[in-house]
Design a protein around this ligand. Structure first.
Ligand code: NAP
Length: 257
């Protein structure tokens, strides 16, 4: 098979949470550029509209749904809207996420709960809803959860975030196991550091520059560095992959520190 055919997403319907900025915005553009019709989900509707126009101007197809991933009703409405616009979602990218910088001794219960709710609970429930609909429609499907290198190792000031991301790696395996016989693959991508709105101030700080020097490849991730992993998991190229978490981190996790 030719590479272009292997990664072709024509006929697929993708839903990307957190498509209003950073990695999710790029995921949506890449999926659309490779033939998928894409449903863009986040709270900032204005940004989603701008992205939809950009995708359409490039010849792609997109729809927008303003939704908070914590709101279960908005979740079912988002899948309903996707089905109405394009049909059953066959690629779900669970990307929406938030961070925190509080040290463990200062971490409030509220911060702990909101980080876990957004970064882990919502990932599970959106995957559950997406998978139920894929199974009901008798469609194949690929669910891609966005984990992190800090699902494997930790640094200071990210306790809740790291616990949530480790949970995403395990949730990915648990869902993959139960859905493997139902035609739904569930995998994750664990990015290293990419400069986006979630961490821009921190990565530009002295501490951030220190982290950069410690990355074996000597740089943060750049726009486009996750495209390959995304397309592999979303397409026929990854058809025998499920339960996997692909690290894309410039070598960060493998080194002893
Ligand atoms: N950047 C990195 O270095 C890095 C590394 C590893 C993993 N990640 C993960 O990659 C994912 C994307 O992060 P990013 O770096 O692209 O950060 P970002 O630019 O801050 O994007 C976060 C996205 O999540 C959405 N979001 C947050 N809370 C939401 C909610 N309650 N409901 C709906 N959408 C919500 C935001 O949209 P609205 O505010 O418009 O709702 C935004 O589109 C996250 O899961 C993050 O943990 C990032």
């Amino acid at each position: 098979m030719k590479a272009a055919d292997m990664f072709d997403l024509k006929g697929e319907v993708a839903l990307v949470t957190g498509a209003s900025s950073g990695l999710g915005l790029r995921f949506a553009e890449v999926l659309a550029a490779n033939g998928a019709r894409v449903v863009l989900v986040a709270r900032r509707a204005e940004r989603l509209r701008a992205l939809r126009e950009k995708i359409e101007a490039a010849g792609g197809k997109a729809a927008t749904v303003e939704a908070d991933v914590l709101d279960r009703r908005a979740m079912t409405q988002a899948f309903d809207a996707a089905e109405k616009a394009f049909g059953t979602v066959s690629i779900l990218v669970n990307n929406a996420g938030i961070a925190h910088t509080d040290r463990a001794l200062d971490l409030s219960e509220q911060t702990w709960r909101s980080v876990l709710a957004t970064n882990l609970d919502a990932v599970f429930f959106w995957a559950q809803e997406g998978a139920r609909r894929m199974v009901t429609a008798g469609a194949h499907g690929s669910i891609i959860n966005i984990a992190s290198v800090v699902g494997f190792g930790v640094s200071k000031g990210i306790a809740a975030y790291a616990v949530a991301k480790a949970g995403v790696v395990q949730a990915t395996k648990a869902l993959a196991l139960e859905l493997a016989s139902r035609g739904v693959r569930v995998n994750a991508i664990a990015p290293g550091w990419f400069m986006t709105e979630i961490n821009e101030d921190f990565l530009k700080s002295e501490k951030g520059q220190d982290i950069k020097r410690g990355i074996p490849m000597g740089r943060f991730g750049e726009s486009g560095d996750l495209d390959g992993a995304l397309l592999l998991l979303a397409s026929k190229a990854g058809r025998y992959m499920t339960g996997a978490t692909i690290l894309v981190d410039g070598g960060q996790v493998v080194q002893l520190r």
